[in-house]
Design a binder for this molecule. Structure first.
Ligand SMILES: Nc1nc2c([nH]c(=O)n2[C@H]2C[C@H](O)[C@@H](COP(=O)(O)OP(=O)(O)OP(=O)(O)O)O2)c(=O)[nH]1
Length: 156
């Protein structure tokens, strides 16, 4: 029955609450929040379906964790940096940007407050991309492309 709409019923926020999207968070890590010129892309190593594709560093929000805390944790685990978050790059959903499957990602601008970003977990390569059409030079996870476009449109 799930996914079907009874005659006369309205699919509203309640439906979303019954089938919440898995919350993912990601960072558009830039060289500096004030007047950014480059953004960091990370190449995934797993799972096989995503290996070799590029993404924003980040990951799943743990139960009881805020999105912002999860993102700072993920950036430390994955890149070894202590980050500072800037503005959110808001998406079309309350939970951010739709991803493949029942998941959505909220994305923030971020900069490293300390540490140099290096691939530690989940990635084998990092690349600093220019904040122009050159940001599309790598093969992003397809769901990330609208986010990259929004990022380029929202660069100060
Ligand atoms: N981190 C990240 N995940 C993304 C992006 N785009 C996208 O579709 N995803 C998907 C890939 C995964 O299915 C999911 C994130 O899961 P993940 O595997 O990175 O999360 P995690 O680090 O907490 O993983 P795990 O240790 O629990 O396996 O979101 C993106 O730009 N960044």
């Amino acid at each position: 029955m799930s996914g079907e709409t009874r005659a006369g019923s309205v699919v509203g926020p309640g439906a979303a609450a019954e089938r919440p999207l898995k919350q993912i968070v990601g960072a558009a890590l830039v060289d500096r929040l004030q007047a950014p010129t480059r953004v960091l892309a990370a190449r995934r190593t797993r799972p096989a379906a995503l290996a070799g594709l590029w993404e924003f560093a980040g990951g799943k929000v743990d139960p009881g964790e805020t999105c912002e805390a999860a993102l700072l944790r993920e950036l430390h685990e994955e890149l070894g940096v202590t980050a500072r978050l800037g503005r959110e790059i808001t998406g079309p959903l309350e939970q951010g940007w739709p991803l493949a499957g029942p998941a959505a990602m909220r994305v923030w601008f971020a900069e490293a407050a300390s540490g140099e970003a290096l691939p530690r977990e989940d990635h084998d390569l990092l690349r600093w991309l220019p904040l122009d059409r050159g940001a599309l030079a790598v093969e992003w996870i397809p769901a990330d492309l609208p986010i990259v476009e929004a990022l380029l449109a929202r660069v100060p």
